[in-house]
Ligand binder design. Structure first.
Ligand SMILES: NC(=O)c1ccc[n+]([C@@H]2O[C@H](COP(=O)([O-])OP(=O)(O)OC[C@H]3O[C@@H](n4cnc5c(N)ncnc54)[C@H](O)[C@@H]3O)[C@@H](O)[C@H]2O)c1
Ligand SMILES: [Zn+2]
Length: 317
């Protein structure tokens, strides 16, 4: 890759790593949090690219977590009607999820990811050593998405291997690296077949129906220590397993097995509020899809199915 064409946009919390990677190329630090995940930051990136003389053949490198790759990917997608970008994810969540899906975008007036486009990075480079500085809670959040991916597709016992490694008090990042690549590849394979989430991509929403409802509940009730997204996904996976058992989709005992695995990886598994309080958010989701939730149920580890439900106990007509 011609060095002169590359422009590095990075999360200032990973500055040392990013500048080493940049090797003197033009680099632009951003504040990577949800408040700054806005059009203003996208325009700042575009103005910087313009000031640098970036042309149509530019490649933007996004170095950071999902906030950074969503922002830089979106800026690259609209700058001069679109230039290429590549991701260097620095969180586990971004390595296995945000950095591979091609979804880019920003928040609008406090609503998450309301504006954006789907444009795939030209590549996503996974450098596991950067995870060593990641706060443990962020690491566990990514771990939940990784385990989710292996519940969807479990080749070579990757799920069991991941649970074993992620349960260790000290994570062996070298040993984790092939599993990160494997999870990333599963996601890439699914989104390439269905980039606009019309069918197959919905499988990746395993655990997310309840996770989104939990996140909504925590936002609206001002939870003092809200769960991270991955933590909410872990709880959502257990709820999906319980529902799968109730509907006879899987053998009983699956929810207990998953609960034990997720707990051993330091993840929560219990709803943070009474289930009835989540109903408005679950129902809101249903309204958007004409009263139907495309719920991802688990047959067994490595095999999930989508069932259209019009409540969370009965299959739809
Ligand atoms: N595009 C998609 O398909 C997709 C999928 C999932 C999530 N997302 C988005 O991703 C965002 C969440 O991303 P995330 O969980 O990767 O985290 P993030 O980008 O929010 O980063 C989390 C925190 O960790 C810091 N950080 C990042 N890497 C670090 C490192 N190596 N060492 C120390 N600190 C580090 C960041 O500065 C930040 O404070 C959300 O905005 C979400 O909407 C997008
Ligand atoms: Zn998620």
């Amino acid at each position: 890759m011609d060095k002169k064409k590359i422009y590095v946009v990075y999360d200032r919390n990973v500055e040392e790593f990013a500048l080493k990677l940049a090797e003197g190329r033009p680099a632009f630090p951003i504040i990577a949090d949800e408040e700054h995940k806005t059009m203003d930051t996208v325009l700042d990136i575009c103005r910087w690219l313009l000031a640098q003389g970036a042309d149509r053949d530019a490649v933007v490198w996004a170095v950071g977590g999902g906030v950074t790759t969503d922002l830089a990917g979106f800026a690259a997608s609209i700058y001069k009607r679109g230039v290429r970008y590549a991701n260097f994810p620095t969180t586990l969540l971004c390595q296995v999820d945000a950095g591979v899906g091609g979804k880019t975008g920003v928040n609008l007036d406090g609503y998450k990811n309301m504006v954006g486009v789907i444009k795939f990075p030209i590549y996503t480079r996974i450098l596991p050593e950067v995870l060593k500085t990641l706060p443990p809670r962020e690491l566990r959040s990514g771990a939940a998405e990784m385990l989710k991916t292996f519940i969807i597709e479990n080749k070579n016992g990757n799920y069991e291997k991941a649970v074993r490694l992620l349960s260790e008090p000290e994570i062996d990042f070298g040993a984790l690296a092939p599993l990160i690549e494997a999870a990333s590849a599963v996601k890439r394979k699914i989104v390439e077949q269905d980039p606009y989430e019309e069918n197959l991509r919905r499988l990746l929403n395993l655990g997310h129906t309840y996770a989104h409802a939990i996140e909504w509940h925590q936002r609206t009730h001002g939870a003092p220590d809200p769960m991270t997204h991955g933590e909410a996904v872990a709880v959502g996976i257990v709820q999906a397993a319980l529902l799968s058992e109730r509907l006879g989709v899987c053998k009983s005992g699956l929810a207990d097995k998953l609960r034990g695995d997720l707990q051993s990886c330091g993840l929560p598994t219990e709803l943070p509020c009474p289930e009835e309080e989540l109903e408005p958010a679950l129902w809101k989701d249903k309204k958007a899809e004409k009263g139907i939730i495309h719920f991802v149920l688990i047959k067994k580890i490595g095999k999930v199915i989508i069932k259209d439900l019009d409540d969370l106990h009965q299959p739809a007509e």
